[in-house]
Design a binder for this molecule. Structure first.
Ligand code: PGA
Length: 239
């Protein structure tokens, strides 16, 4: 199974830069397993102009019907723009915007109901780097009651995001084994793809993806610039 590569641009790049990036990447051979998550205001333009690329929203509203929710955009609105995927519960949302598991589950349900493919982010915060971190991750997933749709679960330890620290391979192996066993217990191992995120770059991507049960990567900083993302993709797909 080819790995999924998700480029999470966060709040970076102008519309013009984003268009130039998409223009360049769409003429490469790497687009099939690539999902791009640009800032929300660009989504409708990019989906319309680059129909061969896959786009993802970085967030979605907890509200599911239209109404007086200034600043929000619903899962149905994203769907109507042609967006296919949606990140939910990214660590930056959990920490900077106080998103609880209850909020994340509502967003998840809205995404499924609108037929958006959900990508749920989980991971231990800084303070549980060493203690009971697996329990913490599984508790974030235990909130999910409805596993009826296909799902991507992105494991991103807070201490790895934007820090150039990645978990050592042995730790990653055990973490993904625990995630895989969780999915097996829920009888959804065949519906869930597990991916890793946090300081992925061209030097570590191959090693990370060689670990069992890791089916892709979620890349932040190293995906914002075209040359940097291409370096990762070249590394991954060249022999
Ligand atoms: P990073 O971000 O690659 O810059 O560590 C990953 C993420 O936040 O998804």
């Amino acid at each position: 199974m080819s790995p999924i590569i998700i480029a999470n641009w966060k709040m970076n790049n102008s519309l013009k830069e984003s268009e130039e990036f998409c223009q360049k990447i769409s003429s490469t051979n790497y687009i099939n397993n690539l999902i791009i998550a640009p800032p929300a205001p660009y989504l409708a333009y990019l989906v319309r102009d680059f129909a061969d690329l896959n786009f993802c929203a970085q967030d979605v509203s907890i509200f599911d019907v239209n109404g007086a929710y200034t600043g929000e955009y619903s899962a149905n609105m994203l769907k109507s723009c042609g967006v296919k995927y949606c990140l939910i519960g990214h660590n930056e949302r959990r920490v900077l915007f106080n998103e609880s598991n209850e909020i994340i589950i509502r967003k998840y349900q809205n995404a499924i109901d609108a037929d958006l493919f959900p990508i749920i982010c989980v991971g231990e915060p800084l303070e549980s780097q060493y203690n009971n971190y697996k329990d913490h991750i599984l508790s974030q997933l235990n909130f999910i009651k409805d596993f009826s749709s296909d799902l991507i679960i992105a494991y991103e330890p807070a201490w790895s995001i934007g820090t150039q620290n990645t978990p050592d391979p042995e730790r990653l192996k055990h973490t993904f084994e625990a995630l895989h066993n969780f999915c097996k217990q829920k009888s959804v191992a065949n519906k869930v793809r597990l991916i890793y995120g946090g300081s992925v770059d061209s030097n570590n991507v191959k090693q990370i993806l060689s670990i069992s049960n890791i089916g892709g990567v979620l890349i932040g900083k190293a995906s914002i610039d075209y040359t940097s993302l291409m370096k990762i993709l070249d590394k991954l797909y060249s022999q």
